[in-house]
Design a protein around this ligand. Sequence first.
Ligand code: BV8
Length: 231
Amino acid sequence: MRLVVLTGAGISAESGVPTFRDAGGLWEGHRVEEVATPEAFERDPETVQRFYDARRRAVAQVDPNPAHDALARLERELGDNLLVVTQNIDDLHERAGSRHIVHMHGDLLMALCTACGRRSSVTAELIERPPCPQCGERMLRPDVVWFGEMPYDLDVIDEALLACDMFAAIGTSGAVYPAAGFVITAAAAGAHTIELNLTASEITPLFDEVRHGPASLVVPSWVDEVVTART
Ligand code: BV8
């Protein structure tokens, strides 16, 4: 059984990471979409750097929850037959033990140099304009995919969607594309599709099966079923 699992902000909510929909998606009075764009970074890099420095500090204070742990357990069962595709830029999946994972919208713990184009681990607050460890220029930006930018690894994701037998979406509102369209690609390739979310999302009608409730409860019980079904 080949499985693709798409996760969104909802899987990290019970760890204490605010979702985009929480608080109306506002940050210091900014609509998130206003600070997560290349135009915003061009216009006011300090505000954008402070936005991501604050999120990086916050994520370091929290831990994975039973939903992250359950997906790591599922990977131990399925190995390469499971691919986790996350829209999240936190590292909670990895801290729970997931290894077969794609961060399609980037990684909060990485920086991208706008001078030499190379990536590096963030070792200081980017608001302090630390030098790029490779070229020395002070032109680092967060290694995240902003609105209007191309998500990462779409070729790897597409290949997995076309080959999977089951597609699950966990903790995502289905408001952002191309991620919100993955269920259509998987369904068209014959996969069984399931939504695991606190409440109905913008794409609920597109799924074969829907389970609503907190991820920390619905994900472990779903993983138990998948593992039992295999044996
Ligand atoms: C692109 C990184 C060209 C930065 C992010 C088609 C139609 C309309 C618009 C578009 C379209 N195609 C492209 C667009 C434009 C745009 C877009 O989608 N705009 C939206 C606003 C309409 N998309 C883009 O710009 C993308 N790039 O299109 O490039 C292209 C063209 C063709 C093919 C390829 C490429 C790039 C988008 C990426 C932007 N970067 N993040 C950062 O994090 O700061 S997006 C960011 O917002 C997240 O990564 C995530 O993707 C999204 C938030 O969504 P969710 O994760 O789902 O979170 P949300 O808060 O919305 O919902 C949480 C859910 O969890 C809720 O349903 C809630 O009920 C549930 N929940 C809450 N608690 C729990 C829970 N569930 C379970 N348990 C709980 N405890």
